[in-house]
Write a new protein. Structure first.
Lengths: 255, 594
């Protein structure tokens, strides 16, 4: 079987004035693969993700989603993509069901199909009872789950998630992990940023680490270990790559 | 190892001082970091305020001298009594203004401010948080009241030759009453929030406040020319009646006058009573704060996850409209329109902005009807004059209908993109083109404005007897039945032009990072948009009218002249409706990128 690249980034650069937020990032995610995207706070993860889903225009470089140039063919690229942001800001006066119907219309899905999918997804995320409540009464976790349901509604070939498990209870976090794995098994590409290294280590096929806007490592766990200096866990590898000398000092302050 | 940190707890007033100092620091830093233009603007505003204060002082001095002149006292005894009641009136007005405005401000400051989690989890007394929020909340309104009341009261003192003690007492009295008003407002807020959710109260308050202020501002239109001298005298007598000895609010004013005039027993007595009552209200608010405030705030946190289902009708509307629109416009466009309308309808804070044009429409309609309609009786005037009068009347109706629709467009079209707020990512990440988004925002704004304007123009025409459907069906009524159709077409085209321009300005000035819908207005862009659309509509009306006038002079039939006007003005309007959004289409995909 030929492995198709569903996400391709080539020499991606994003500058804010003089500040280089993302500096020459190139990577790809193939069909059926989950890529974990790690990095310290302010490393450029969210900026990279926003360029990937077309929310930000790169200063230079190319992003392709499902073979479509996100800047040149944005509608085709976006139609193939599902996105869950780190802050699930949803229209406060719409209900969960209304939002999902709205998303179905934006993606041009058939109404009967949308209604069926909505009920399936609400049931899956345990939101059926709250489906007619407006978002201003939802908790963060409920909004996060609705945002994920909206991203899955059109059965995307590429799923991009920015910190998807933040604010979720363990059951929901586990559910998301299972869904992502199933999606990958069905041939979708999943691009996932997270601070929870355990998730990245156990769930992701490959891991990319970004620091100060530069992609400093990418590969499977074995590849990352092989390039390291004897570190075994992802946490050790991550700290070795992104700098951890200050931790001894922090521990001293807290002692 | 570094030295261990030993946290200490602060007392009430040191904590209040720290919180106030922090706020002052934030304000000063904000000013220092502001753009030079903003600093210059603020400096000019300060200069303007000082000039107004001086002006009010001088005017008060002169006016109060005039009110005490023997000639005026002889002619209008009520006016002289009014002069003596000035301190009572001003102090009462100041108290009531702070009480009413303080409710909304304190609701925001005490329950909806973003820093409450941080402050209430810090080891500082809840009462300190309460007091600092109270003081921060009343400062702007108090400053405004002082800027107006102090020069008037000092003007009164100067014109009446009051003693020296009067002047500091005025300041003390106003401050004490402001604190009492804020305390009373805070008690009301704490009581209401125990029963109703704070956010809902804020929404309802915004709506009621907007309706109240627009009704007040427009009520002057009704009163204009309708108040007789007798009614004015009655009003003055009513105002003077507020100065009664049993009212605690009158004690302050009576105390000030007593001290000023050197009537020491009455002056000191009323002043002590007023200050005592103010202190009592403030102390009551302070002692209640610990229990009421914290409990109310904590209850708000616990009840945040309440079930508030969207109304079934709204859901049906949101679902059915795209299906209806799908035949004429893309489904995504129909869905965005339906979503926008649902959001506008359901948020009372939006409705408070939308209600303005409706009230304006009602006010102007009543004014027109009350003023009567000019008629040129058939046979009494030449045909050309009759036609000119009809055209003039039609254009007056068009003008008012357009004004009403334009007011609505200023909210719906100019803020079409801004109203997406932080949820805009959803549209931006979806496969929706810039053209579709612009079309959706145009339709979502244009159709309600058109419906309102057409409804207004139609009702006016019917009430004026020119468009009476029954008479029109019988072939009678309007001597030029096409005039109503012409008016509606002109309104539709002019509004389309304004809508296109407003949408374009809405893209240019889109503001997506607001928390409260009332903060989504982008000042400069909003003003420019309003100016551009107003000029455009005037030009368009001129283009609609020019062929009618010109061709009528060379003897063309009115219908042909109307068609010529429609062709010329219509072409201009369509260009204005389409070209500005088209020029701005490239910016739509970049919105929200900072």
């Amino acid at each position: 079987m030929v492995e198709t690249s569903l996400i391709e980034m080539q020499h991606l650069v994003k500058k804010y004035g003089d500040k280089m937020a993302v500096d020459d990032v190139s990577l790809e995610v193939r069909a059926g693969e989950i890529l974990g995207f790690l990095g310290p706070n302010g490393a450029g993860k969210t900026t990279t993700i926003k360029m990937l889903v077309g929310l930000l225009q790169p200063t230079s470089g190319v992003v392709r989603v499902a073979g479509y140039d996100v800047q040149g063919q944005p509608l085709q690229a976006k139609a193939a993509c599902g996105y869950v942001p780190d802050q699930p800001n949803l229209y406060p006066k719409l209900s969960g069901r209304e939002l999902l119907r709205f998303v179905g219309d934006l993606y041009g899905l058939q109404r009967t199909q949308v209604e069926r999918r909505i009920e399936e997804l609400l049931r899956l995320f345990d939101l059926t009872a709250a489906g007619d409540d407006t978002f201003d009464s939802y908790s963060h976790g409920m909004k996060q789950k609705t945002a994920l349901a909206a991203a899955l509604l059109h059965d995307p070939r590429v799923l991009v998630l920015d910190e998807p498990t933040v604010g979720l209870d363990p059951k929901s976090a586990r559910l998301i992990k299972d869904i992502l794995r199933q999606l990958a098994e069905r041939g979708a590409a999943v691009f996932l940023s997270t601070h929870i290294l355990e998730i990245a280590e156990h769930m992701c096929d490959r891991i990319g680490i970004i620091n100060q806007g530069r992609l400093i490592a990418v590969g499977t766990m074995d590849e990352l270990r092989a390039h390291g200096q004897g570190e075994r866990s992802l946490e050790d590898i991550f700290l070795a790559l992104t700098g951890g000398a200050e931790y001894a000092e922090i521990a001293e302050v807290l002692r | 190892m570094s030295e261990a940190v030993q946290p200490t707890t602060l007392g009430l007033w040191p904590a209040v001082w720290k919180l106030l100092r922090l706020q002052a620091l934030i304000t000063v830093r904000g000013f220092r970091r502001a753009k030079t233009g903003t600093k210059v603007g603020l400096a000019f505003a300060a200069l303007g305020i000082v000039s107004i204060i001086v002006f009010v002082f001088v005017m008060s001095f002169l006016l109060l001298n005039l009110l005490r002149s023997p000639q005026l006292v002889a002619a209008l005894p009520e006016a002289a009594h009014l002069a003596a009641s000035v301190p009572v009136l001003i102090v009462q007005a100041g108290f009531l203004i702070i009480l009413m405005t303080g409710f909304g401000v304190l609701l925001q400051a005490l329950y909806l401010a973003g820093d409450m989690d941080f402050l209430l989890s810090a080891p500082i007394p809840v009462r300190a948080v309460f007091v600092s929020k109270l003081l921060q909340a009343i400062v702007p309104n108090l400053a405004l009241i002082l800027a107006v009341a102090l020069p008037v009261l000092y003007g009164l003192g100067a014109s009446s030759g009051y003693g020296v003690l009067y002047y500091p007492l005025v300041l003390i009295m106003l401050l004490a009453l402001a604190l009492a008003a804020a305390g009373a407002a805070s008690l009301a807020v704490m009581g209401v929030v125990r029963v109703f959710p704070a956010r809902r109260v804020a929404e309802v308050l915004g709506f009621v406040g907007a309706v109240f202020s627009i009704v007040c501002s427009q009520s002057g239109q009704f009163a204009r020319g309708a108040v007789s001298a007798g009614q004015a005298a009655t009003a003055l007598r009513l105002v003077a009646r507020l100065d009664v000895a049993w009212s605690p609010l009158a004690w302050a004013g009576r105390g000030l006058v007593g001290i000023g005039e050197g009537h020491w027993p009455a002056g000191v007595g009323f002043s002590v009573l007023a200050l005592g009552a103010a202190g009592l209200v403030f102390a009551l608010a302070l002692t209640s704060a610990e229990r009421l405030y914290y409990k109310g705030w904590a209850a708000m946190q616990a009840t945040q996850r309440h079930k508030r289902p969207a109304r079934a009708g709204s859901r049906a509307a949101a679902r059915s409209l795209p299906a209806l629109g799908g035949r004429f416009v893309p489904r995504a466009v129909g869905a965005i329109v339906a979503k926008d309308w649902a959001m506008l309808r359901r948020d009372l804070r939006n409705l408070s902005q939308l209600v303005t044009p409706i009230i304006l429409g009602a006010v102007y309609a009543l004014m027109l009807l009350r003023g009567g309609v000019p008629h040129a009786e058939p046979g009494n005037a030449p045909a050309w004059l009759e036609q000119a009068l009809l055209s003039g009347l039609a254009y007056a109706n068009i003008g008012i209908a357009l004004f009403v629709g334009w007011t609505l467009l200023a909210r719906l079209a100019a803020m079409g993109f801004s109203q997406e707020g932080q949820s805009y990512w959803l549209l931006k990440a979806a496969p929706v083109s810039a053209g579709q988004l612009l079309a959706a925002k145009f339709i979502a704004a244009y159709l309600p404005a058109l419906a309102l304007s057409w409804g207004f123009a139609g009702v006016l025409a019917i009430l004026q007897g020119r468009g009476d459907p029954a008479l029109l069906l019988q072939g009678r009524g309007d001597p030029a039945p096409t005039m109503l159709g012409f008016s509606l077409a002109v309104v539709a085209l002019c509004l389309a032009a304004a809508c296109g321009i407003f949408v374009a300005f809405g893209v240019a000035g889109a503001k997506l990072d607001w928390e409260d819908p009332r903060q989504m207005v982008s000042g400069a862009t909003g003003c420019l948009g309003a100016l551009a659309t107003a000029v455009t509509m005037v030009v368009a009306l001129a283009l609609f009218a020019a062929p009618q006038i010109g061709l009528a002079l060379i003897g063309w039939p009115p219908l042909a002249a109307q068609f010529a006007g429609l062709a010329l003005g219509g072409a201009f309007c369509l260009a204005c409706a389409l070209v500005p959004p088209w020029l701005l289409r490239g910016r739509v995909p970049r919105l929200g990128e900072g």
